[in-house]
Ligand binder design. Structure first.
Ligand SMILES: [Zn+2]
Ligand SMILES: [Zn+2]
Length: 132
């Protein structure tokens, strides 16, 4: 359905389900991990990612774990404990998405947005924190 990898290609994956919504998260953790104004995730059902090599896991807060490549540091996924049925896959790691192209649905955690970044007028929903 979709495939991708980290920057150094040590970690490669395929997903057995099409990614659906695309969410741009502006929280400070995502910003810092991405080194960018926000981190984009597509959502896939939990357990639908098949790893050729398992990424490393990091418990990023009381609410979530994130995975990354131990060689190049690329962010790969985020799992939020309160949403066990889905997993966020870092959208920039995707190489190929067959069929369904995820559409941008929301900018979230705008209360933590970088002051120097202007959110584009792209029609996506906007939330101060988690989507309501
Ligand atoms: Zn890597
Ligand atoms: Zn975030």
């Amino acid at each position: 359905m979709a495939s991708g990898s980290c920057a150094c290609k040590h970690i490669r994956y395929t997903t057995s389900a099409s990614p659906t919504r695309l969410v741009n998260c502006h929280c400070s953790e995502c910003r810092k991990q991405a080194g960018a104004p926000y981190l984009s995730f597509v959502h896939v059902p939990a357990g639908s990612i098949q790893w050729e090599t398992e990424p490393k896991e990091w418990k990023s807060s009381e609410n979530a774990t994130r995975t990354f490549c131990p060689r190049c540091g690329s962010v790969l996924t985020m799992k939020v404990f309160s949403m066990p049925e889905e997993e966020g896959l870092a959208a920039g790691t995707l190489d190929d998405v067959k069929g369904l192209v995820p559409s941008l649905s929301a900018h979230i955690f705008l209360k933590e947005k970088a002051s120097w970044f202007q959110v584009p007028d792209d029609g996506a929903e906007r939330y101060e924190g988690w989507p309501q």
